[in-house]
Design a protein around this ligand. Structure first.
Ligand code: UGY
Ligand code: MN
Length: 254
């Protein structure tokens, strides 16, 4: 938006953060030793999950670093081969995923994520899984966002919502994709206990976060803490789309 020295649109506030691409600083992580990773949301900021942008070079691979963590990866560009388990458990998988492909890997499943010879840009949401009494941990999910049907959000055909994961008690995270036609809005200023991690994947708009209004565009990341008032309007002439994480299905005291 601007290349003025000393200026940034990024803001890290007590109840939200807006992180914009020009300020990203990347480094490898234990699970991604050959990748350039930008940890854009983390407990260091007050969040209870981690959101990472991973630039995985050609033929590089990732492995599990923390056995109790679950993760959802979404392919932004390039392609990866995702292998989960050894074909002996429900949901074990071995698939090539291009842009729009995604994989949910539950805790304690072995996996390997290997980039094609083109490399891959990934979005990863990761957190420690919260077990639920008498409920087995969820099985892996592998899919493509283009194959997921959207539904009007609170009856508005101009704001379509896709759920990438099953809405079932075993899952303690949801990852959804919103598509807003130009001028469409969230119908209310939401104020809720769930927190969000968000990546704008197309278009632009204005995000209300607490008492501030921020112009946002594709590539921007937003963290919203529990109870952070939030609202969005899509601006410009093309639809705006974002993918976001939400904690779900667990008692507030857990
Ligand atoms: O699922 C949600 O809470 C969603 N409507 N919030 C958001 O898009 N900021
Ligand atoms: Mn919300």
């Amino acid at each position: 938006m601007t290349d003025l020295f000393g200026h940034t649109r990024s803001v890290v506030a007590p109840r939200y953060a807006l992180i914009t691409p020009p300020g990203l600083v990347r480094a490898p992580l234990p699970a991604w030793p050959d990748a350039a990773c930008a940890v854009v949301i983390s407990p260091a900021m007050g969040a209870r999950f981690t959101q990472i942008l991973v630039d995985l070079p050609p033929a590089a691979a990732a492995r599990r670093a923390y056995p109790d963590d679950e993760l959802l990866l979404f392919v932004r560009a390039g392609a990866v081969r995702v292998t989960i388990g050894d074909a002996t458990q429900v949901g074990d998988a071995d698939e090539r995923l291009g842009p729009g492909g995604y994989a949910f890997i539950p805790p304690r499943r072995t996996y390997r994520i290997a980039a094609d010879d083109t490399g891959a840009d990934l979005l990863v949401f990761q957190r420690r899984y919260t077990p639920l009494a008498d409920t087995p941990a969820p099985a892996p999910v592998v899919g493509h966002e283009q194959e997921v049907a959207g539904a009007p959000f609170m009856g508005d055909e101009a704001a379509m919502l896709k759920l990438l994961l099953p809405d079932a008690p075993a899952f303690d995270m949801a990852v959804n994709i919103f598509t807003f036609q130009p001028g469409a809005t969230l119908p209310i200023v939401e104020t809720h206990i769930m927190e969000h991690g968000l990546l704008m994947i197309q278009g632009q708009g204005i995000y209300r976060l607490a008492d501030d209004w921020h112009p946002v565009q594709a590539g921007d990341v937003i963290w919203m803490a529990p109870y952070c008032p939030q609202w969005f309007v899509a601006t410009g002439k093309t639809p705006a789309r974002y993918i976001y994480y939400k904690d779900v299905n667990r008692d507030p005291l857990e």
